[in-house]
Write a protein that binds this ligand. Structure first.
Ligand SMILES: Nc1ncnc2c1ncn2[C@@H]1O[C@H](COP(=O)(O)OP(=O)(O)OP(=O)(O)O)[C@@H](O)[C@H]1O
Ligand SMILES: [Mg+2]
Length: 284
């Protein structure tokens, strides 16, 4: 249920690995929340690719073309400062980021920040204000390396990664500034049903990792062609069957997966909502 007007819940979707599904996941979370009448503001920190902003732009175009009333949030693209020396740039980044987030807190229930797949000052700032941090990882040991180096036989953690250290710093920062905590959720993405052995191994390794790096580990999304196909139309699985698109079994399975993801995230108010906003068509 839409709630406060002074403090939003900040969701950050991040990791330092490109192409792990951050923007795709972010888009599905945004539309899911909007469908339940939450007021959400989107910040795209990937000012080079702007994938999430472009996904939303495609949505706007699709809605206009097909005369559909699709929920579309306000989106802000924040670029890295390029002015002066490093200290100057850090100062500018911090000011721009802090000012924007402060403003968005005033009238959003949720602020969703999509990070680029590289380390940057803006991404660090985003992690330090997260209430919920979602890190999608592709289902392989290459991606697990993003969290820590694990022993190849026992899966015991040998060394934390730079990214895990960064989240650790962000958590310390949150604790010191407002005594807040970060709910860090690692979600598997592009899980293949064809490789049960790998699936099991990654699961075992993640279970072991959880003991050392404190995160919640959730099932996430399967590898499905449908996730790749929706981008040009700006649609999500949550939009079906409110569009003119044909609904297939794959859509239904994927929609279930998104529902489970939303429930697993445990965002404030999500499980309390009773009335779900229905998408309606513009009359032509
Ligand atoms: N579950 C999935 N099944 C199939 N394809 C997927 C899935 N999730 C994401 N993809 C595809 O993988 C590619 C990368 O996804 P996405 O852009 O969401 O990743 P990203 O982490 O935001 O990347 P970047 O680091 O470049 O910002 C896209 O082509 C997307 O359609
Ligand atoms: Mg992205």
């Amino acid at each position: 249920m839409p709630k406060n007007k002074n403090k939003a819940h900040v969701i950050v979707v991040g990791n330092e690995k490109g192409g792990s599904g951050k923007s795709t996941t972010a888009m599905h979370i945004v539309v899911s929340l909007m469908k339940r009448n939450f007021n959400i503001s989107v910040v795209d920190l990937d000012s080079r690719q702007k994938s999430l902003a472009r996904y939303l732009e495609n949505r706007l175009n699709y809605a206009e073309k097909h005369k559909l009333q699709l929920s579309i949030p306000d989106v802000y693209i924040l670029s890295k400062s390029q002015e002066g020396d490093i200290d100057n740039m850090m100062f500018e980044d911090t000011k721009n980021f802090t000012d924007l987030i402060e403003e968005l807190h005033k009238d959003s229930d949720f602020i969703l920040i999509d990070c680029p797949g590289t380390d940057s000052n803006l991404a660090r700032l985003a992690h330090s204000v997260a209430d919920t941090l979602i890190t999608p990882i592709n289902d392989s040991f290459v991606d697990l390396d993003l969290l820590a180096t694990v022993n190849s036989d026992t899966y015991k953690v040998e060394k934390l990664s730079l990214y895990s250290e960064m989240v650790w710093d962000a958590r310390k920062h949150r604790a010191m500034t407002d005594r807040g905590t970060i709910d860090w959720i690692v979600m598997r993405n592009r899980v293949s049903n064809l490789d049960a052995k790998n699936k099991r191994r990654v699961h075992d390794a993640l279970k072991e990792l959880q003991k050392r790096v404190s995160f919640r580990y959730i099932q996430g999304l399967a590898e499905r062609v449908i996730y790749r196909e929706l981008f040009p139309k700006g649609l999500t699985l949550v939009d079906f069957p409110d569009t003119e698109e044909k609904v297939t079994l794959s859509h239904i399975a994927a929609r279930q997966e998104i529902r489970r993801l939303m429930s697993d995230l445990g965002l404030p108010g999500w499980n309390e909502v009773k009335g779900v906003k229905a998408e309606t068509r513009f009359s032509a």
